[in-house]
Ligand binder design. Structure first.
Ligand SMILES: Cc1cc2nc3c(=O)[nH]c(=O)nc-3n(C[C@H](O)[C@H](O)[C@H](O)COP(=O)(O)OP(=O)(O)OC[C@H]3O[C@@H](n4cnc5c(N)ncnc54)[C@H](O)[C@@H]3O)c2cc1C
Length: 405
């Protein structure tokens, strides 16, 4: 007989169980995992290196990375966030390192380090990890919960649901009266076929991007590094749009128009003024030969061609309308997006248990006593960079705290 059953042997499930056992060693805790292996996503995360968290130490700033969950996670981050994650792993002999862009990985550069830590902690604390236990039913009895798996039935006082983006469990939760926001993909790259970028894979530059409505109005904006790929565009600026626009872009079947400013925030008029200046200063130079504004040379050349300026034309040759067109290409290049691709296999799902049905002091259901949630089962997701795991750690920590009271 267990006091607590955690459904789901992933990041959130393990973190919850370990902290609950540590807080109260008398508790009998089991993790039920449907698969033969546990922590499978941790294993493949961060390209096999596990991007554990992100070096952002201000709760409010950290919360800005969650398109869904920003408001609700702010309070929980005051209890457990990046610094606590670092200390938690350090206490267990795992040092984390910060990369230039803020992502944090184990110094070993191996997700196996995290898995080994979790497994040895469950052994040390006497947590039962029961594999091949796919949960089929979750029944609320008068005094306890009954959990039916393919082979067993468990009667427990408290249940933690940490099943990630599993549709079957969401169905069970709907059966219990919870509302589930239907899942849509988040974190994807944009497929674009366009002569201006087809020969440029690998080129990266800082840019700002707008998603345009059918009426040519900006409905989403982001800025940061933009990477041109074989299929279109990727990089943080694109991934941020895919996360913030996850719900908005799905009904378009990922067919929409974006506008790129290759110079971040220089306006068309400012660029035009610079171009007029170049025209006077470099009159005899062919336009295509020397990239301006420190733009990557081949990108500059493609933008020049797109502005209908030929190979041989010098700055002196070009007309006012060609300059206008070039300024337009540099600051307002429009591209048709015609689909999406997965970002390094790192897919995240936007959707899950609606947040207003959860008490974020404890992550307990507001509908049912002794039913808790942690991780991606909730309608919380983040941009790439270690934030999704931080959500699992923060939720797991607070559930564990509530369980041990
Ligand atoms: C390829 C890839 C790379 C990623 N890399 C990173 C990264 O580096 N950093 C980062 O922050 N985020 C990353 N993410 C996102 C991150 O992995 C998830 O946000 C995180 O794993 C969510 O944790 P979770 O415990 O809520 O869910 P999961 O890790 O999905 O765990 C849920 C567990 O529940 C089990 N389960 C489901 N249904 C049942 C059932 N009916 N009965 C019993 N068990 C069940 C599942 O088998 C699974 O083991 C990555 C995602 C992918 C796909």
């Amino acid at each position: 007989m267990y006091d607590i059953v955690v459904i789901g042997g992933g990041a959130a499930g393990f973190f919850t169980a370990i902290n609950a056992a540590e807080n109260n060693p008398k508790l009998k805790i089991a993790i039920l995992e449907r698969g033969k292996d546990v922590l499978t996503k941790v294993k493949i995360s961060g390209g096999g290196r596990c991007n554990v968290t992100h070096a952002e130490f201000v709760p409010k700033e950290l919360s800005y990375n969650y398109p869904r969950g920003e408001k609700e996670l702010l309070g929980p981050f005051h209890s457990f966030m990046t610094g606590d994650t670092i200390a938690w792993f350090e206490k267990r002999g795992i040092a984390l390192k910060i990369e230039e862009d803020g992502r944090m990985f184990p110094v070993s550069d191996s997700s196996q380090t995290i898995i080994d830590c979790f497994i040895s902690e469950t052994e040390r604390l006497g947590i039962a990890v029961l594999r091949s236990q796919s949960v089929r039913r979750l029944i609320k009895k008068e005094t306890h919960w009954e959990i039916e798996t393919v082979s067993d039935t468990f009667s427990v006082k408290k249940v933690v649901v940490a099943t990630g983006s599993n549709p079957k469990i969401w169905k069970l939760l709907e059966g219990l009266g919870h509302t589930v926001v239907p899942p849509v993909p988040s974190l994807f790259t944009f497929n674009i076929v366009d002569e201006r970028i087809t020969n440029l894979p690998g080129i990266a530059t800082n840019a700002s991007i707008k998603v345009l409505s059918e009426k040519n109005k900006a409905i989403l904006e982001s800025e940061g590094p933009l990477l041109i790929t074989h299929w279109g565009m990727s990089g943080p600026a694109v991934l941020k749009l895919s996360a913030w626009g996850a719900r908005l872009l799905e009904p378009t079947n990922y067919h929409f128009t974006i506008e790129v400013n290759w110079l971040l925030d220089l306006t068309k008029d400012e660029v035009l003024a610079h171009l007029s200046n170049f025209k006077t200063q470099n009159a005899k130079q062919t336009l295509k030969k020397y990239a301006q504004f420190e733009l990557p040379k081949r990108l500059w050349q493609n933008l020049v061609i797109a502005a209908s300026i030929s190979e041989t034309e010098t700055w002196a040759d070009i007309t006012k309308s060609q300059l206008q067109e070039l300024a337009e290409q540099i600051t307002k290049s429009q591209f048709k997006v015609t689909g999406k691709s997965t970002f390094k296999e790192e897919f995240v799902t936007a959707g899950g248990v609606v947040l207003k049905e959860v008490n974020f002091k404890t992550f307990e259901s507001k509908l049912h006593e002794n039913l808790y949630f942690a991780g991606e089962v909730l309608n919380i997701d983040a941009i790439t960079g270690g934030f999704n795991f931080q959500n699992a750690w923060t939720g797991g920590f607070l559930v564990a705290k509530a369980l041990s009271l």
